[in-house]
Design a protein around this ligand. Structure first.
Ligand code: GDP
Length: 445
């Protein structure tokens, strides 16, 4: 579904991964090409710009591990950033169809594939989720559309609400609800009328139906081939009616696919499904990881870099362990621990991840450490010299004053930190003596 973009990016990264060392200019020129490729795929300019900026920032700061090339690392960063663009924290995943009968409202322009998608989703709910589904067409202006849904219903074995001439959309919606309740249906899907363009009447009709049935999901169907227009349509529908997700149709074509990349960033709405053909089975859940993988087509490299990162982290932990076991735990180690804690979401995050560290965490709490002062502690270590960090016991009163001042804190704060360091160093030594099966080893696993 992203053939062109995929080919373009493939070319850029093939060149990049073949190189050994990478200069900043190499990365920048590759990113220029990526940017052009994105724009040609009809990704909106602000989204493409933001994307490149994020990648460049991460690429310059990335630690290069021995077993992967810088180019491979850039591929991984681009991969992660693609996922970020395509997804959001509150992505709902599957359709929310609890509290039977759950109303699902389908909206969109005429020709977007709304009726087809309604039937595809109904089939999926019936076959995959074993739900009893009722479909109803609210397109009172186009009898042909009503009949089309009925034909599709027969084809996939899903019931449709009997057509009654002369009813308005709200009346049909309410009749669907009653029938769904009486008939023991899990879901009733309402296929609203479409127009060629968004107009007052269309919006009003959809809003009236929405108010009448309070849908669990309001899915907007848009034609993926229309690129930026699809994104604009989504923005407008969401402002006027409020949608819970987007279905991008016609993603089976070799179209440019940029709508998928811009959709989330611009509308803030998740793409929930993609249509991949006219057949009733041609519907897929939208999974950012998988789509990012398809766009890049470099799964091997991504896996390689992930593996290398894990190995590197394990090696670092191993080295640290060895030193701790020998009773070596200086202020730099302490600083690393503090920074690690910050990354892991403070004390609580760390304790939940490392059950064996519970005791140490308690001691640190006793020494007055909590998340809000991690930063201060790190600042204190930073204002020590290299020698002082290696041998904090050498600190004289005058230096202590200077260090505390350098971090904008009091000498008493520094003393607390030093006390904590001594306690931790003692504990490390004890744990080291417990040997390979010791607590730390367990905890670091
Ligand atoms: P509506 O007016 O929005 O209800 O659109 P329809 O559901 O009637 O679809 C219009 C046309 O698009 C039909 O010929 C469908 O078969 C076709 N269509 C719908 N979804 C897809 C898709 O994902 N891929 C392709 N290739 N065609 C589709």
């Amino acid at each position: 579904m992203f053939e062109n973009l995929s080919d373009r990016l493939g070319g850029v990264f093939d060149r990049l991964t073949k190189q050994g060392a990478l200069s900043e200019e190499d990365v920048r020129s590759a990113m220029r090409e990526v940017r052009v490729a994105l724009l040609e795929a009809d990704v909106s300019l602000p989204v493409a710009r933001q994307f490149i900026k994020a990648v460049e920032k991460k690429a310059t700061g990335a630690a290069v591990t021995r077993s992967v090339t810088p180019g491979q690392q850039v591929v991984k960063i681009v991969h992660d950033e693609l996922i970020a663009v395509l997804s959001g924290e509150d992505d709902p995943g599957e359709l929310r169809i609890d509290n039977a009968p759950a109303p699902v409202l389908m909206v969109g322009l005429q020709g977007s594939g709304k009726t087809t998608t309604t039937a595809k989703l109904a089939k999926r709910l019936k076959e995959r989720d074993r739900k009893k589904v009722l479909m109803a067409s609210l397109d009172v202006n186009r009898p042909a559309a009503m009949e089309q849904l009925q034909i599709l219903g027969t084809q996939i074995g899903v019931d449709t609400l009997p057509i009654v001439k002369g009813e308005d959309p709200v009346t049909i919606a309410k009749r669907a609800r009653t029938q769904a309740s009486l008939g023991g249906y899990d879901v009733y899907m309402l296929d609203t009328a479409g127009r060629l363009h968004i107009d007052e009447e269309l919006i009003q009709q959809a809003a009236d139906v929405r108010d009448a049935v309070s849908p669990r999901e309001t899915l907007l169907v848009v034609d993926g081939l229309t690129g930026q227009d699809a994104v604009n349509v989504a923005t407008e529908f969401d402002e006027k009616i409020g949608v819970s997700g987007v279905v991008l149709t016609r993603m089976d074509g070799d179209g440019r696919g940029g709508a998928a990349l811009s959709m989330r960033a611009i509308t803030g709405k998740p793409i929930r499904f993609v249509g991949l053909g006219e057949k009733m089975d041609a519907l897929e859940t939208f999974e950012p990881e998988r789509v990012a993988g398809r766009i890049l087509g470099m799964g091997d490299i991504v896996a390689l870099v992930e593996k290398a990162q894990q190995t590197l982290e394990a090696e670092q932990a191993e080295r640290m362990m060895k030193r701790f076991q020998k009773g070596q735990f200086n202020m730099n180690d302490l600083k690393m621990q503090l920074e690690q804690m910050q990354k892991m979401g403070g004390m609580e995050g760390m304790m939940s991840m490392m059950p064996g560290m519970g005791k140490m965490a308690k001691q640190m709490e006793g020494a007055g450490i909590d998340d809000s002062i991690l930063k201060q502690q790190i600042a204190l270590v930073n204002s020590m010299t290299k020698r002082e960090r290696a041998n904090p016991q050498l600190l004289q009163a005058s230096r202590k004053k200077r260090i505390a001042k350098g971090a904008g804190l009091e000498v008493s704060d520094l003393n607390k930190l030093l006390k904590m360091h001594r306690q931790m160093a003692d504990m490390m030594k004890k744990m080291g003596k417990m040997g390979k099966g010791g607590m730390m080893k367990q905890a670091m696993k």
